[in-house]
Design a protein around this ligand. Sequence first.
Ligand SMILES: *Cc1c(COP(=O)(O)O)cnc(C)c1O
Length: 398
Amino acid sequence: MTLAHGQTYLAIPGPSVMPEAVLREMHRGAPNIYEGELIDLTYGLLPDLKMVAGTAHDVAIYIGNGHAAWEASLANVLAPDDKVLVPVAGSFGLGWGDVAQCRGIETDVIDFGRRAPIDPARVAEALAADTDHKIKAVLAVHVDTSTSAKSDIPAIRAAIDSVGHPALLMVDCIASLGCDRFEMDAWGADVMVAASQKGLMVPPGAAFVFFNDKAQAARAGLDRVSKYWDWQPRANPELYYQLFCGTAPTHHLYGLRVALDMIKDEGLEAVWARHEVLAKAIWAAGEAWGRGGPFELNIADAAARSHAVTSLRIGKEHGTRLRRWCQDQAGLTLGIGLGMSTEDDPKGDGFFRFGHMGHVNAQMILGMLATVQTGLRVLDIPHGAGALEAAADVIGQA
Ligand SMILES: *Cc1c(COP(=O)(O)O)cnc(C)c1O
């Protein structure tokens, strides 16, 4: 038999669980896009988006996913033959660099592998060697969703400044915004990209590019920017339709209004603290399982672990089997091991990920961990004891 019927939990790192209140707000006919309520609603979103990003500067909204935000960010500050430095801590760093390359931008990639965050010292070294300042920007992913490595953005800013390099700091917060602490202005990020379907709890389809005056100056220095990606009219529209270069993502805007209200009601500090405690409960369970079997948290250094997603290693004979059991028998869908294939494990079967971003609370995380514990037992996968007790202790002490 299966015990999967009932309320399921899609515990993949995006799209994340959407609150009923967000979905209810989206359940409506299309509004007039030329005048009335939608326009006021959109303008009201901008200050709240900036609050979540920690910036007093500008934001442009696009209909698109995270890849669109990548494309948009690059289109506004870089021209073909410009050069960027891409320090990489997983698949998403490589992905952003790849998009840059396809735009004719030269990329210097420093790959830190699959088990470590970006090392700011290596960034400083690379920039120091760039004496004629050919490098125009550093592309850094805050939380790389494949490895679950969290990089130290203020330290990367300090590395750039320590060698007096003028490169822009561009940060991908698609997985981390609204989950892990991020403060765009205080941390010195010049451009930040995000999307709707992770910590912001809205379906995929809205993308955000935040940018400061230094980035705007780079934009002004370009000969041309493609009409669709140009952030200028979107951030400072004279007419409402310029904001989206066409039809607005109407329903996403309604959903986002409710999601941002939920973040404001809880308080951004409290949202970050909730993610931190839930992540630590997951780590405690993972460490306990690992004390008697092949189970291992992908990132050993707790300071370099995301609070939104956790990547795990479990051995190639076990990972996919465990995921299938959780989904088919218990209604829990875990994330696949993304970008983790090796010669020995071409499909990345030895990995899986917990998504714990956005609309998640203690009972969901405890249920997820207990389900995995059950799967480990049923499937006879060797594992250490005491994982649920360890998680309960973290949550009990919060
Ligand atoms: C999800 C994600 C992306 C890609 O977003 P899409 O909406 O799938 O295009 C990029 N970067 C990070 C860090 C992500 O987590």
